[in-house]
Design a protein around this ligand. Structure first.
Ligand code: ATP
Ligand code: MG
Length: 283
C-alpha cells in the first residue's frame, strides 16, 4: 500500500489530542517537535506537522491526503474537501459578543454596527443569512479587546468557557458556528484502502471512548430483572460464580447511561460492580 500523508497541528489546542488519537489507533511514530514530517513505522502513513490555518489548503491541493483541523478553520478557508469523521475534541463555538449592558435583544440590532473578528468569511455568511448589514473589521488576534479600545461595537470570536469574554467586559449574544476537530480528506480519497483502514480504527477508538466495560455479581434469581437493562455489544456474558446461586455479568454500557444504569443495577441487588475503560470496539 502506498503511504499517505496526514496533516495535523504542530502545536496548539489540537496537537496533543490529534497525536493521542493516532497513537490509540495503534500507529507507532516519534513525535519530534522540531521536525515537519515523521513516518509511521507500522502503517503506510506519514504525518505532517503544520499551522492549523494551512491544513485545509494542503489537503484541498493534495499536498496532504488527510488532515485533522477545526471545522471553523475549514469553513473560514472555504476549501473543497471531504468531511470524513467528526472527532469529538476541540469543541468550541464561534459567537458574537457585545459589551456588558448593551441591552441588545435581537440580532437585527447589529445592523449598522461594526464587528471585529478573525473569522470574516464565516461571519459574513452568518450576517448575509440573517439579512444584517454590519461592518466587519478583520483583525488577526486579541479580538476581545477591540470594543474596549473603541475599535468595534461587537466581536465575533471562538468561545469555550466564556472566561476571556467576561474578563474583557463582554457577554455572548449570538451563536454563529459550533465547531469540533474533524478528519478531512482530499476529494475522492475516501475510496482509498489506507483511508478506509484508518477510518475504521478511528471509529473503533471513538466508539470505545463512549462506552464502559462493566462486571458485576448478582444472585441468579435477580438476573432477569437486570438483563432488561443491559444490552451489551450483542448481549451480556453470564458466568457462574463458585458460590452456588450467584453469577457474574460482563457487559458494556454507554457512558451517557452510566449513572442511571448503575443505580438501577444496585437497586436490583448487583454487587461488586467493576467499571473499566475500553480501548477499542470493533463492530
Ligand atoms: P496555529 O499556531 O496552529 O495557527 P492557532 O493559535 O491558530 O494555532 P489554537 O488556539 O491552537 O489555534 O486552536 C486550534 C483550534 O482549536 C481552533 O481553530 C478551534 O477549532 C479549536 N478550539 C477549541 N477550543 C478553543 C478555544 N477556547 N479557543 C480557540 N480555539 C479553540
Ligand atoms: Mg492558526
Amino acid at each position: 500500500m502506498k503511504a499517505l500523508k496526514i496533516a495535523i497541528q504542530k502545536s496548539g489546542r489540537l496537537n496533543e489530542k490529534s497525536v493521542a488519537l493516532l497513537k490509540n489507533c495503534g500507529l507507532n511514530f516519534e513525535n519530534y517537535k522540531s521536525s515537519l514530517i515523521t513516518s509511521v513505522s507500522n502503517f503506510p502513513l506519514e504525518i505532517l506537522f503544520l499551522r492549523d490555518d494551512d491544513i485545509p489548503e494542503y489537503v484541498q491541493d493534495g499536498i496532504a491526503d488527510l488532515g485533522i483541523v477545526g471545522e471553523n478553520v475549514i469553513q473560514e478557508t472555504e476549501v473543497d474537501v471531504e468531511y470524513l469523521q467528526e472527532l469529538g475534541f476541540g469543541k468550541c463555538t464561534l459567537k458574537i459578543a457585545v459589551p456588558k449592558g448593551s441591552n441588545f435583544e435581537n440580532i437585527q440590532e447589529l445592523n449598522g454596527k461594526s464587528i471585529a473578528t478573525s473569522n470574516p468569511v464565516i461571519l459574513q455568511k452568518f450576517l448575509t443569512n440573517n439579512g444584517i448589514q454590519a461592518e466587519i473589521r478583520t483583525i488577526s488576534g486579541s479580538v476581545e479587546i477591540s470594543p474596549g479600545l473603541g475599535l468595534s461595537d461587537a466581536i465575533c470570536d471562538i468561545v469555550s468557557t466564556g472566561g476571556t469574554l467576561r474578563s474583557n467586559g463582554l457577554e455572548p449574544f449570538a451563536d454563529v458556528l459550533s465547531s469540533q476537530a474533524v478528519l478531512i480528506g482530499k476529494k475522492g480519497i475516501e475510496s482509498n484502502e489506507v483511508v478506509s483502514e484508518l477510518l475504521q480504527r478511528i471509529q473503533s477508538v471513538l466508539k470505545a471512548k463512549e462506552t464502559k466495560y462493566v462486571v458485576l455479581n448478582i444472585e441468579s434469581k435477580n438476573l432477569p430483572s437486570i438483563l432488561a437493562l443491559l444490552t451489551g455489544v450483542r448481549s451480556p456474558t453470564i458466568i457462574p460464580l463458585a458460590e452456588e446461586g450467584w453469577v457474574a455479568v460482563h457487559t458494556v454500557i454507554a457512558e451517557q447511561d452510566f449513572w442511571k444504569k448503575i443505580n438501577a443495577l444496585k437497586s436490583y441487588g448487583a454487587q461488586g460492580i467493576v467499571v473499566m475503560p475500553i480501548e477499542k470496539i470493533i463492530m
